[in-house]
Each structure stands twice: as C-alpha cells, then as structure tokens.
Design a protein around this ligand. Structure first.
Ligand SMILES: [Zn+2]
Length: 274
C-alpha cells in the first residue's frame, strides 16, 4: 500500500474505499498515532456511525476483522477520535494525531457461562483474552483481535510512521486514561510499538534503576505498587511511555520472582546506560 495526496491506495494505485464524514476539523500535521477499538461487532456499523453527524466522532481509518480498510478522513485533516486527552505535553490530541479504529468488541462481562459485549452479544470463549487493564485492577474479558486485522494494522501503521515521521504510537487509554479503555490489554501494544519505533532507534534505550524503587500500576504515588515491587538498584528497564515525570517501563529481568513485569516509576531514579 501507499499514500497519495493523504489517501491510502493499494500498490497498483487503486484507492481504498473512502467514505466522507462531516465529523472532522481543519489542517493536521500529525505527530502521533492513536489506536482505538470500535466496541462493536462489525466494521460497517462503525463506519455508518462515524459518518453520522450525530456521532460528533470519526477516525482516519477503520480496519475490519477481515483486514478491510475504510478511510474516512484524509491524513492531513483533523479527525475527531481522541476527545479530551493529553500526552507528552500536548492536550487535545485530535490536533496532533492520526486515529485508527479497530473492529473489536472490547471489554466483555461474564453473564452466566457466557462472555458478552456491552450490547449483550456473546463472544465465543476461544476469542476471549482475560486480563487486567493497565489502568484498572479488576480481571475482565476482552475480545481477541483477529489476525488479518493485526497484520493490516501493522502494515498501514508502518507506512504512516514513515510517511509522516510520527514520534510514537499510543492507545486512547494512554491519552484519556480516566475515560477510555481502548485498545486495551488484548491489543499487542508493546510489540506493535517496538515495530514502529524500531526503524527510528537501532536498539532500545536501556535505563538502570539507581535506588530501591517502587513500581506502580499508574503514574503517581497514589497508585498501588504492582506485585514484584520494589525494584532493586541496578534493575534494567526499557521505557514504554511517559506521562509528566512518570515512565511506564518494561522490566528486562525477573524481579522478586516476577517475570514480564511492567509498571510506572518516577523518572528521577532512572539512569540511561549506553
Ligand atoms: Zn477510542
């Protein structure tokens, strides 16, 4: 695929379906990519909603479970996907980001023996990922993202990163953590992000912890520590994202019996090692 005049085309020059929406702003110079899920069961329904003036919402792209792509807003125009949001010193991320909606039902609840989406539709057990959202404490079900959708999302995101020299890819749940849970824990944000940034950085920047350091479930000392906390001095971590003085890190070694530990630490106690 390729981008011509801020619209997505196939390699042979055929444009992807473009459905115009009134729900957009003016000129955009994107710096970030923001990932969402639709909280629906069909991409077409999401497209229908996002082109309805009543929605007051849109996105640049909607990617279906089958990997189909629909573009609603050109990439040089503001789409309305982020709402009240902040990241990396910016507020109102619509003005700084491209938004992609992924066809996925999102958070699920147990109803008897079944997992159901918020509209009450059942999701088969083998399509359910059980996980605690990083901004939450409670174990919940999440619909797994389909493989064709993830493949296409990766391909189009890499193209957007290259074309617009984007700085980072983040979730709606990163920029509006009080309000939003998408794309949620079923989306492989860590590896996805590594692929996006891999082209910009030859190798991940590793930091070392300089003291015995609490690692928390959110940015700020009011958030509880996570199992495995505190990190001993000398623990090596990789920074995944940031909010003010806080950094969400991936701990690169098992600590206190916990492997694959992730959480938030204060940046003051991190020292970059080259
Ligand atoms: Zn969203």
């Amino acid at each position: 695929m390729k981008i011509i005049d801020h619209r997505l085309h196939q390699d042979d020059g055929t444009p992807y379906p473009f459905v115009e929406t009134p729900n957009h702003g003016e000129k955009l110079s994107p710096e970030f990519l923001v990932m969402h899920y639709t909280a629906m069961h069909e991409a077409k329904k999401a497209v229908d909603w996002l082109v309805n003036p009543a929605a007051q919402a849109s996105a640049h792209l909607v990617i279906g479970r089958d990997g189909s792509i629909t573009q609603l807003v050109p990439f040089d125009t503001i789409a309305w996907h982020a709402g009240r949001s902040s990241w990396d010193g910016r507020t109102g991320l619509n003005r700084y980001s491209i938004g992609i909606e992924l066809d996925n039902a999102g958070r699920l609840t147990r109803q008897g023996a079944k997992w159901c989406s918020w509209i009450g539709r059942e999701v088969a057990e083998d399509q359910v990922v059980q996980a605690v959202h990083k901004n939450d404490r409670e174990l919940a079900g999440w619909e797994a993202f389909s493989e064709p959708l993830l493949q296409v999302a990766l391909e189009v995101s890499l193209l957007l990163f290259q074309t617009y020299k984007l700085k980072d890819v983040i979730g709606h749940d990163d920029i509006a953590p009080q309000r939003k849970q998408d794309p949620g824990p079923a989306f492989p944000m860590h590896s996805f992000r590594a692929r996006m940034l891999g082209r910009a950085e030859e190798h991940p920047v590793v930091h070392e912890v300089t003291t015995t350091l609490n690692i928390r479930s959110g940015p700020g000392t009011s958030n509880p520590t996570v199992p495995g906390s505190p990190l001993p001095p000398g623990t090596k971590v990789e920074i995944l994202s940031k909010q003010g003085e806080w950094r969400r890190v991936d701990v690169l070694q098992p600590v206190n019996g916990q492997a694959d530990l992730q959480g938030w630490v204060h940046q003051r106690y991190l020292k970059r090692i080259d």
